[in-house]
Structures are given as C-alpha cells and as structure tokens.
Design a binder for this molecule. Structure first.
Ligand SMILES: [Zn+2]
Length: 235
C-alpha cells in the first residue's frame, strides 16, 4: 500500500506499508524524494512518529545531496547570461546536448526523467560549454577595457573550467579566469578582473596590493571581498 503525505518541513513523502519490511525505514533518494517504509503490522501513526525523529537527518542528507549535485534549473530558465536551457523528451535513442546562439538543448529518451542523474549531467555539461563560449566572447574585451582605464598591462588571457579559484595571474602576467565567473553579477566580475590586474603590479596580497585594489574599486575592496567569500566557482 502506498500513500503520499505532505510533511510541513520535508514536503511530499511516500508512505509504503509492505509485508516485506521488517522495520521502519526512512530513505532519501538521490533525487531528494523521501520514502517511509514500514511493516504491515506497524500503525501509520507509529511510523509517522519515527519520521518526526528523523526530520533533521533527512534535511541534512538533502542538503548534502544538493551541494554535491545541484539540480540544473529546468526548461525555459536562463542558467547563463545568454542561453536558455531546454530539456526535450522524445523518441531519442540516447541523450544529446546541442548549443545554439541562445539555447542549450538537451534531448533525452522518454525512458529517462528530466531530473535523472544522466539528464542532469548532460544539462550541466551543456551549461559549462555555453558558459565557456560566453566567457571567451565577453571576458577578453572586458579585461581590456578595465586594463586600459586603469593603466594595467597583461600578456594573454586563458579561460578554463576552474573550480578552485576565480582567477590567477602568472609571473609573466598571463591572466587565467574561471568560466564560472560569468555566473556572478557584473560588479563582482569586475572585482575579480581588477584583482588579477593588480597582481600584474604586486605578485602577492600585501597591504600595497590591497591599497591598489581599493583605489581601482573606489574604496570597495573589503566589501566586495566579503561578497566573494559567499560564492564558489561552480554550477
Ligand atoms: Zn590574488
């Protein structure tokens, strides 16, 4: 026997009373759905009391799942600046991703669901590729504008899918940027660019480096650094 109940904190929960179950178990599936199974001889009320004791545990599992594997926003949203994500189910034999000027199109067979691991993984791949294209188009002129405005000189710009940092500057003033930078608001993108440009002058995070960064950000170095600490280069 199956039944769906709505829990005030956990949302929809599937109650499953089965002959096979030998004890009450609460499970959180990879997609975040929750199932409470209990033996036929256990009352629903007792099973729900068990659930109440496990609410925090279930929330923790879900939070951890989300952090490891964020669900890519579904159809008709804009996961990047210029690309809308479309997930299309159809008579396809396998999952495919195509990126056009404005869309990331993920096609998948009817046998998969949109929030399945494979479709989500394909969508993430598509978003990363779209971000890469946008970053390659938008960042170099942006860096150039800011460098010209403040009199910085640099050599080359490279854009990579870096998760560990937003940007870096080599000893030879080659600049590297994470393509996930494009997910930030404009003022934070500029802050990261200016941070790396300041490294063309000071190869460290000394007080002189920060004085320069503060100057080119109109006194906002600390405030913007605080904002950056809340964010991480990933999707
Ligand atoms: Zn730095």
């Amino acid at each position: 026997m199956k039944k769906i109940v709505c829990h005030p904190r956990l949302g929809e929960i599937t109650l499953s009373r089965t002959l096979r179950a030998s004890r009450i178990t609460l499970s959180v599936r990879p997609d975040g759905s929750i199932r409470l199974s209990f033996p036929a001889l256990v009352s629903e009320r007792r099973a729900l009391r068990f659930l109440e004791q496990k609410v925090e545990w279930a929330e923790q599992v879900r939070t951890k799942q989300k952090a490891q594997n964020p669900v890519v926003s579904l159809a008709d949203s804009f996961p990047t600046r210029r690309h809308r994500l479309r997930l299309l189910a159809g008579d396809y034999v396998r999952i495919s991703v195509r990126i056009t000027e404005e869309e990331i199109i993920v096609r998948y067979p009817h046998s998969c669901s949109a929030d399945s691991e494979q479709v989500q993984e394909a969508a993430r791949r598509g978003v990363v590729e779209a971000l890469r294209r946008e970053a390659k188009e938008l960042l170099p002129p942006w860096v150039d504008r800011l460098a010209t405005r403040h009199g910085f000189r640099y050599r080359n710009i490279a854009i990579k899918a870096t998760h560990s940092k937003w940007g870096s500057c080599t000893a030879h003033n080659d600049l590297n940027f994470s393509l996930f930078l494009l997910l930030l608001p404009d003022e934070l993108i500029e802050y990261v660019i200016l941070h790396e440009l300041c490294h063309t002058v000071h190869k460290n995070h000394s007080p002189r480096f920060h004085a320069l960064l503060d100057e080119v950000t109109n006194g906002r170095d600390r405030e913007l650094a605080r904002e950056m600490r809340k964010r991480h280069p990933s999707i």
